[in-house]
Design a protein around this ligand. Structure first.
Ligand SMILES: Nc1ncnc2c1ncn2[C@@H]1O[C@H](COP(=O)(O)OP(=O)(O)OP(=O)(O)O)[C@@H](O)[C@H]1O
Length: 602
């Protein structure tokens, strides 16, 4: 299996730093959250002092006015806490939503620009997990964990100072809790950080099975593999729960010790502080305030503890997201690239070899040919002989391993990708339609095309009659993969979609394979005229010799090599392989299309 390019290790910490840097774009929102958080901490820190004042100056001195005043200020402090809490969560949420929005756009546009070779090796489900779940984890980190940690650190420092001022001996006993619990936290993070990355990867694997299953649901049912598929999913689900349980075990091994620490310190403070009150070295109000601070100081340590797994997880997610954002785009414009404007029709392959990334052998070897203007070239050959590969090199879906592909004498790598691909109309072997109406699908590359133009190309692709007979005609909705249409109908919509573009080079890659032989012949007849008018060169890859007999030249491929070329008649005379293919097809029912029409593929 090909190694995924998106599973390399990079520094999680560095990725998390990049997330933090991205906050600068929303600095005012972030500052709003930070200021609210600081004010919230201040409001919390003030409350025990109000207690102390109320007890020592009010209750102990039997001064009702001070008791009521301190109670009133406590109400004010409570309201202030509510307001600052709201401000902190509102602005933190707004910041995180904006950062997630930017990251989603960034990763999506990167995915659009990544080369075919990247997509060949990357798992779609892993990419989906990165765009959805990973970014959501980063967002939660920014809106919750990050704020928790910042306010916890501010609270810890400010309360430590207050405690030291109030009673340094008792403060030092209390503050021992900080290094001890920090050590527990670091140990916990060391144990779990790799587990969080694993969880996200396993989630991606689980999504892969789900996605494959949804796409291949018909195959699963046809082969009665529902049970086996459920088993496969359950197994991966099991692996995921095991990893999740490992993280939970690590949490379980850490947090009880933290709680134990806090309880021990409380006991010591009450014991030591109580003795100090009896010895008149400390007032009751101070002891109550001290005890309240103790709760406040343990809370942030626990908060950091709770935030730690989320931070480790966010770091792993940020790592995965930036791996895609930083992925190398193999095929891109050269610095001096020029726009491809007009096509004279001379397409030259000069000793071209090509090996797919990660493949052991070359898919095509030493291919050389040159087309003449307005030529219609058919490419024929056994399955896997390299026909599609040749065509992939003209629009630079891949770059040659050696040799050169030229158009009118100029290397295709010298053209800007956008202009080059805009001039090449290509119908792929596999048909992909998008969710939307039939009209929207046909006008995919030219959304403003008037209906007459859409109808015109639909007629050429022999699909107009079918569409016109639908109750909603061209406004009929089709599913994301054209569900509701037969294989042949989808192929014809795809042909119409290509015909509507401003192509000058046309490539039809086995694009009538799912269409019945008579309709295929009608499509080719209609395209024949069109190819000679609109295109400078056309390539048709086909399995059936009958559909390409009219080609000006037929290229015969065998095991990655161009073994023969010429007209149908010439090849019949000179190529034994061509004769073998022809003979095998003469015996096949497709040679007699009118008498025995195969059903369109469903
Ligand atoms: N993305 C890819 N990564 C690695 N190898 C590939 C890839 N695509 C095709 N190949 C290999 O390259 C060789 C040529 O494939 P290609 O698709 O060009 O054949 P083809 O003649 O068009 O076949 P078919 O008629 O079945 O479509 C095959 O051996 C195939 O396994």
């Amino acid at each position: 299996m090909v190694q995924s390019p998106i599973s390399q290790e990079t520094s999680s910490l560095g990725s998390l730093q990049r997330v933090l840097k991205s906050l600068s774009a929303y600095r005012w929102l972030a500052i709003g959250a930070l200021v609210s958080s600081l004010l919230l901490t201040a409001a919390y820190a003030l409350t025990p002092q109000l207690f102390r004042w109320g007890i020592d100056q009010g209750i102990t001195q039997q001064n009702l006015e001070i008791v009521l005043l301190s109670a009133g200020w406590m109400v004010v402090a409570a309201i202030a806490r509510g307001l600052f809490n709201f401000g902190q969560s509102f602005w933190a949420e707004a910041t995180s939503q904006n950062v997630a929005y930017d990251l989603r756009n960034k990763i999506f546009s990167k995915i659009q620009n990544l080369s075919f070779s990247y997509h060949d090796q990357a798992q779609t489900s892993q990419l989906l997990t990165r765009v959805t779940s990973d970014i959501e984890q980063i967002r939660t980190f920014l809106s919750t964990s990050l704020m928790q940690v910042i306010s916890a650190v501010v609270t810890l420092v400010s309360i430590a100072v207050i405690l030291l001022i109030m009673n340094w001996e008792l403060a030092l006993i209390t503050l021992t809790v900080i290094p001890l619990s920090s050590w527990l936290m670091v140990r916990f993070l060391r144990q779990t950080s790799h587990l969080f990355r694993l969880v996200q990867e396993q989630l991606g694997d689980l999504n892969a099975v789900l996605q494959e299953n949804l796409f291949g649901v018909r195959v699963v049912k046809a082969f009665v593999r529902e049970g086996a598929e459920t088993e496969r999913y359950t197994q991966l689900n099991h692996v995921l729960i095991d990893t999740n349980m490992a993280t939970i075990r690590s949490i379980r091994n850490t947090f009880p010790f933290m709680f134990l620490l806090s309880n021990v310190v409380t006991v010591v403070v009450v014991g030591y502080g109580g003795a100090a009150v009896i010895a008149d070295r400390f007032s009751i109000g101070q002891l109550v305030a001290f005890n309240s601070y103790l709760l406040l100081i343990l809370q942030p340590i626990l908060l950091i503890g709770f935030a730690a797994p989320a931070i480790a997880q966010a770091a792993a997610c940020a790592d995965r997201v930036y791996e895609v954002v930083d992925a190398k785009i193999e095929i891109r414009d050269r610095p001096q690239a020029v726009p491809f404007k007009t096509c004279g029709g001379r397409i030259t392959f000069e000793n071209v070899c090509f090996r797919y990334p990660g493949a052991a052998t070359e898919a095509i070897r030493n291919i050389s040919f040159e087309t003449k203007p307005k030529e219609l070239i058919a490419i024929l050959g056994m399955t896997g002989s390299g026909k599609s590969t040749i065509m992939n090199l003209i629009p630079r879906f891949y770059d040659v391993t050696s040799g050169a592909v030229r158009i009118d004498g100029r290397d295709v790598r010298d053209f800007t990708l956008h202009s080059l691909r805009s001039h090449i109309g290509i119908v792929f072997q596999e048909t992909t339609l998008f969710s939307g109406t039939l009209r929207e699908n046909i006008a995919y590359a030219k959304p403003n095309a008037p209906l007459e133009e859409v109808i015109e190309v639909a007629k050429m692709a022999q699909i107009h009659e079918f569409i016109a007979n639908l109750p909603e005609g061209y406004d009929t909705h089709v599913g994301e993969r054209g569900v509701g249409l037969s294989g042949g109908q989808k192929q014809r919509v795809a042909i119409a979609r290509t015909l509507l573009t401003d192509y000058s080079i046309l490539i039809l890659d086995d694009s009538t394979s799912a269409v019945d032989a008579r309709t295929a012949a009608q499509i080719h007849a209609a395209l024949d005229d069109l190819m000679r008018q609109k295109t400078c060169t056309a390539f048709v890859i086909a399995q059936r010799i009958s559909t390409v007999q009219n080609a000006d030249r037929i290229f015969l491929m065998d095991k990655g090599r161009l073994v023969a070329q010429g007209t149908h008649e010439q090849l019949m005379e000179t190529s034994p392989l061509y004769s073998v293919i022809l003979e095998s097809q003469v015996k096949a029912p497709v040679q007699a299309p009118i008498q025995a029409q195969p059903k369109e593929q469903r």
